[in-house]
Design a protein around this ligand. Structure first.
Ligand code: NDP
Length: 245
């Protein structure tokens, strides 16, 4: 499978699953732009890894909570890398606490980063995506099964991607653009370290009894982005080690 001569944009890819997706897409031959929020040192390290493979990398500081910054990131990608073929909406946060404690600012921020950012990034990308274009969002297995308390805001904001993905797949199908949602389960990253105090519970739910790696999610995204994924659209694909089984 190859994505030669394609351009991808991955949001939130200075670390974790996003960084693994950026590496996986570069490994299939794509030039990769990616956003980050704070960690410029980590972003530069990911860019250097991509460039070492012979592909072009473009790190862009852009807060997914800010729609204008997202649109600017899409436009800069197309301008500097010569187009856009694959959009991956990955940037995310994990606001977990009792329902009654969430403030309006926290609610807005989670909805903006998870749901609105995907919506406006897709709109901006449509100016560049042609036949064969790809929109892939990263949701969560928790949208299908809330395994513990504290998830009201995370699930409100992530589950929006499920309906959005199906609606957009239907609308963009006639243009040859596929739209899919990948739902990771427990994946060892800074957001959800495999050695945290909450890890043991997650292992108990997991059919494989272990955390996944960021690369497990990234390889599926690369498959969907490549030519072999051409007939998969409107799909919600869960990579959770059987947590929701
Ligand atoms: P990490 O916290 O390890 O990494 C998050 C990445 O997103 C970083 O690159 C961070 O940038 C970036 N980011 C965070 N907020 C913003 C923002 N407002 N604007 C732009 N970039 C931002 O998370 P994961 O890799 O674990 O998670 C990736 C996605 O996978 C998320 O959407 C998450 O909800 C989802 N997911 C993760 C699971 C897990 O177990 N890890 C399980 C299910 C879903 P910076 O370094 O600059 O802060």
């Amino acid at each position: 499978m190859t994505n030669s001569n394609t351009v991808a944009l991955v949001t939130g890819a200075s670390r974790g699953i996003g960084a693994a997706i950026a590496r996986a897409l570069a490994a299939t031959g794509a030039d990769v732009a990616f956003t980050y929020q704070r960690d410029e040192v980590a972003a530069k390290a990911v860019a250097a890894e991509i460039e070492a493979t012979g592909r072009r990398a473009l790190p862009i500081k852009a807060d997914s909570a800010d729609a204008a910054q997202i649109v600017a990131a899409v436009e800069r990608t197309a301008r500097e890398l010569g187009g856009l073929d694959v959009l991956v909406n990955n940037a995310g946060i994990f606001p977990a606490k009792p329902y009654e404690e969430f403030t309006l600012d926290e609610i807005d921020r989670a909805l903006n980063i998870h749901a609105r950012a995907a919506f406006v990034a897709g709109q901006a990308a449509l100016g560049y995506l042609g036949d064969g274009g790809r929109i892939i969002s990263i949701g969560s297995n928790l949208s299908d099964r809330a395994l513990f308390g504290g998830l009201s805001l995370y699930n409100l904001s992530k589950s929006a991607l499920n309906g959005f993905t199906k609606a957009l797949a239907r609308e963009l199908g006639p243009r040859g653009i596929t739209v899919n949602l990948v739902q990771p389960g427990p994946t060892d990253t800074d957001m959800n370290p495999a050695d945290s105090a909450h890890a043991a519970t997650q292992r108990e739910f997991n059919a494989l009894g272990r955390f996944g790696a960021a690369a497990d999610v990234a390889e599926l995204v690369a498959f969907l982005a490549g030519p072999s994924g051409r007939s998969i659209t409107g799909a919600i694909l869960t990579v959770d080690g059987g947590t929701n089984a």
